[in-house]
Design a protein around this ligand. Sequence first.
Ligand code: SF4
Ligand code: SF4
Length: 113
Amino acid sequence: MAERPQYGLLIDYEYCTGCHTCVVACSQEYNWEAGMSGIRVLEVVENLPNDKAYLAFLPFPTELCILCRPRTKKGLEPACVKHCMASCIKYGTIEDLSEEMKGKARMVLWKPR
Ligand code: SF4
Ligand code: SF4
């Protein structure tokens, strides 16, 4: 019998504005207590030549992320994917997402344990 594909999230944070809508969407979907969510947005400072720096926002799932199984079972997108206006987060099979991230900077592939 063929193995079931593993799913994950591809996070393209190049255009992430740090708006935290993904955090709120997850919290509301699962009624997390204040301050808890399946995703958090980290601030990352990248040092550039000539003493310049680039401030990036990196949305990253936490141990609470369940990959929105209740939603995806019904054919719906994960809540954070649906509500990100900048389309930074994509849900799919690890195989497809790995292909998509080839050669691109500022992308992170996340899969649950
Ligand atoms: S991933 Fe999208 S929703 Fe989340 S902080 Fe970045 S831009 Fe906002
Ligand atoms: S995939 Fe679902 S559970 Fe995971 S962070 Fe996004 S909204 Fe939360």
